[in-house]
Design a protein around this ligand. Structure first.
Ligand code: FMN
Ligand code: 173
Length: 359
């Protein structure tokens, strides 16, 4: 039997791993397989964690920390800390209040939520509950006219940026989810895509109608012409693609392998981050996601070239465990861990976090 969401957080819940355990008892098996799963043998999923484990930090002593702060400016806006929420689909599968609970928890912790194209709540309703303007993650749809309308709609709703996901023109084959025969439960849908002309499902990959409409670099240029919002490209791993993206004029890049859910056996995002940072030499702000579970992971990402990080599955663990309270507590745990890690490496501000933080 599934347990209901918690109304109070037990005192023994102190880490993101603790939240994973609480969530598992509250999520139906197929949905759980969808959340945890990744493509193929899940090699990239594992590597996203293992790569963090191989990186060591260098502690520094007797430094002045009296003016310590995690504040940053990104795309012309001030943020209290660099912990952002990665886009994940269908939050109502995990808690009856869905994205409304997520955005409340995010707002309580001054965190920016990126709303998925496949969110299960209307974008206007989500933005109306936010104190930090959410970003909107866009999958460029086969129906480009609908895509243009959606961009206008999210801009009018008050979103702060458009995060265009580039690494999943096709879904990876996620065997865990296939074996569990996962289906999006009845009554839950991608409401912001209502009214869109869908491409007919096909057993084929090559030769399918979907493949004929996958976005190309020219579509990004078209998209940028439609909106005044910063356009951030999500799902870059190859440094050559990062260089092209910068030349194309995107405002930022999320270094990401989609939490291991698209192409398997790709390197960890944290492993490629410094290579991309070296190639771009600060031309654009970089974010990264994949495997962030501790404040020390965030510090490593900042040291290796990220301005901020995004957190995916653990936020959903918080949501499933205890709704908005759980989301806020997951973010609070990460923020506290990050502040302690920064302080123990003798830094007072994010500007002081550079590669010398790494052992
Ligand atoms: C259940 C689930 C749904 C996701 N849905 C989306 C999505 O709709 N759009 C997108 O760009 N990325 C999506 N992602 C990828 C996340 O944005 C992010 O890249 C990844 O989860 C980060 O890794 P982490 O879960 O280890 O933090 C999804 C990931 C998960 C686990
Ligand atoms: O599950 C995912 O990783 C994802 O990106 C996605 C894409 C389309 C619909 C729902 C989720």
């Amino acid at each position: 039997m599934l347990l209901p969401p918690l109304s109070a957080i037990p005192p023994w819940v102190v880490s993101l791993d603790d939240y994973e355990g609480l969530a598992k008892e509250r999520v139906e098996a197929g949905v759980w397989a969808y959340l945890c799963g990744a493509s193929g043998d899940e090699a990239t999923l594992a590597e996203n964690r293992e790569a963090f484990g191989r990186i060591k930090l260098s502690p520094r002593i007797f430094r002045d920390l009296s003016s310590a702060s995690t504040a940053l400016t990104l795309f012309g806006r001030e943020y209290a800390h660099p912990i952002f929420i990665a886009p994940t689909a269908f939050h109502r599968m995990f808690h009856p209040e869905g994205e409304l609970a997520t955005v409340l928890g995010a707002s309580a912790m001054e965190s920016c939520l990126t709303v998925s194209t496949s969110a299960s709540t209307g974008i206007e309703d989500i933005v109306s509950q936010a104190t930090v303007p959410p970003w909107f993650q866009l999958y460029i749809q086969p129906d480009r006219g609908f895509t243009a309308e959606l961009v206008k709609r999210v801009e009018a709703a008050g979103c702060g940026a458009l995060v265009v996901t580039a690494d999943a023109p096709l879904s990876g084959l996620r065997n865990r989810e296939q074996r569990a025969m996962f289906r999006v439960p009845a009554g839950i849908e991608a409401v912001n895509l209502r009214g869109m002309k869908a491409v007919p499902p096909s057993d084929r990959v090559f030769g399918s109608e979907l493949l004929a409409s996958v976005p190309v670099w020219k579509d990004l240029e078209w998209l940028r012409s439609l909106t005044g919002l910063p356009v951030i490209l999500k799902g870059v791993i190859d440094p050559e693609d990062a260089v092209i993206a910068a030349d194309e004029g995107v405002s930022g890049i999320v270094v990401s392998n989609h939490g291991g859910r698209t192409l398997d056996t790709v390197p960890a995002a944290i492993e490629v981050l410094p290579r991309i940072a070296d190639r771009l030499e600060g031309a654009l702000p970089l974010l990264m996601d994949g495997g962030i579970r501790r404040g020390t992971d965030i510090l490593k990402a900042l040291a290796l070239g990220a301005s901020a990080v995004m957190v995916g599955r653990p936020v959903i663990h918080g949501l499933a465990a205890a709704g908005a309270t759980g989301v806020a507590h997951v973010l609070k745990i990460l923020r506290t861990e990050l502040e302690i890690a920064i302080a123990l490496t003798g830094r007072a501000t994010l500007k002081e976090v550079d590669r010398s933080v790494i052992w």
